[in-house]
Ligand binder design. Structure first.
Ligand code: 5GP
Length: 381
């Protein structure tokens, strides 16, 4: 674990509000008089050394410390966080803390994503994004840690088409400013996968793509009833709509999670779309560890795709998704992967180095990152 902590890393799948430190969430709730209704939020217990359990690197504690979080629980929790992050000051705070926490794990390149929100009369969606972008500028300039930060503007699929359209237009418009032109790199479609419809959002994502933004889609997080193209034996009935298939046909630059993509669809791909895979989040939302006495490693071994992806060297980027909600961090994700799939250090280093290729930043930044990562790895190995 301590070796993995030191290696340089790349984080391509992290949601800002899901990065909130639990301590910060409780502090903000108290400050704003918010009663957190989700029973999943519990004040952090301190261990014997008076350390917060969220910041432990005790391997045994990491292995068995599984707080059940179904997909449904997670979305209950996501609904609670914005009640506490309800003004610019708290938004700045959680952004600074998220950047600090990634940099502390030697993340050299971060793509953070967030859904723009109207926080109050002083903070509309544009100000929300400008606040996050401003913190990124400050963080990079302070050079406390050499982490390059980029922003992906997210669309919440459970909200209206108008919201999706606004987010796309805002991202396009903000990129016209020289201050943010390089920093905003893409759009994401996320939010509760059991709600909304990709077909409604698709034209807006197409517009974003035409404007030069890269696209990542949360895909196949839940089983898709129409996804089995081979089911369609009856020539007389119209084919079932498969969202997963429609997403792959759209041809995004990356896919998030991609847990339930049938083999027929993987093999029909023209090219291998890189997958952002988030081991801890997947173990939790698929409730994999519940079946194996709460053991994370055995849980991860039940992952529907990971072993195959690793065996076939499918293009992967390892992400944390929501460190505050899933009690995780970039080191823990790599460590779990090593333990569950018997990867050695050089395999992990190769995985990290390759994931730079799937980043949404420009080619010059990628080459610089690859060089920096490679040099740091050589010094460590
Ligand atoms: P925010 O966009 O508010 O900064 O980050 C939290 C939001 O990210 C959640 O409300 C949800 O819309 C999205 N999100 C976080 N984790 C997941 C996930 O695992 N799957 C999906 N589909 N959306 C997620």
């Amino acid at each position: 674990y301590s070796f993995l902590q030191k290696i340089p890393k790349v984080e391509l799948h992290a949601h800002l509000n899901g990065c909130i430190r639990p301590d910060t969430l409780f502090a903000l709730a108290e400050e704003k008089g918010v009663t957190l209704s989700s029973h999943h939020f519990q004040p952090a217990k301190k261990n014997e050394n008076n350390q917060n359990r969220y910041h432990t690197d005790d391997e045994d504690a990491l292995l068995y410390n599984v707080q059940p979080r179904s997909l449904h629980d997670c979305f209950d929790m996501f609904a609670e966080i914005p009640r506490c992050v309800s003004d610019v000051t708290s938004l700045r705070r959680i952004t600074f803390e998220a950047l600090h926490d990634f940099a502390a794990h030697n993340v050299l390149y971060l793509e953070l994503r967030t859904t723009p929100k109207v926080l109050n009369a002083e903070c509309d969606k544009r100000q929300y994004l400008e606040t996050v972008l401003g913190v990124m500028n400050e963080f990079e300039q302070s050079r406390t840690r050499p982490m390059t930060c980029r922003l992906i503007v997210a669309i919440d699929r459970s909200l209206s088409e108008q919201e999706a359209c606004e987010n796309v237009e805002l991202a396009i418009d903000l990129r016209k400013s020289t201050l943010y032109a390089d920093r905003i790199v893409g759009m994401d479609l996320g939010g509760n996968p059991t709600r909304g419809d990709f077909r409604i959002v698709r034209p807006h994502l197409e517009r974003a793509r035409q404007a030069g933004l890269r696209i990542t889609l949360h895909c196949g997080e839940v089983a898709d009833s129409g996804a089995m193209t081979s089911d369609h034996d009856d020539e007389s009935s119209p084919p079932k709509y498969s969202e997963t298939q429609a997403m792959l046909e759209f041809g995004p630059d990356r896919l998030g999670h991609a847990l339930f993509v049938p083999n027929t669809l993987w093999s029909s791909q023209q090219r291998h779309i890189p997958v952002e895979t988030c081991p801890m989040s997947n173990v939790m939302t698929l409730e994999l560890a519940q079946h194996v006495r709460g053991h994370l490693i055995e849980g991860l071994q039940q992952h529907p795709q990971l072993r195959e992806w690793l065996d076939t060297q499918y293009p992967l980027a390892i992400g944390t998704d929501d460190p505050g909600v899933f009690d995780t961090n970039p080191t823990k994700e790599l460590w779990l992967l090593c333990r569950a799939f018997d990867l050695n250090v050089s395999m992990i280093c190769r995985l990290v180095e390759q994931s730079v290729e799937y980043a949404f930043c420009d080619e010059t930044t990628k080459r610089r990152l690859q060089k920096d990562i490679h040099e740091q790895m050589l010094l460590l190995l």
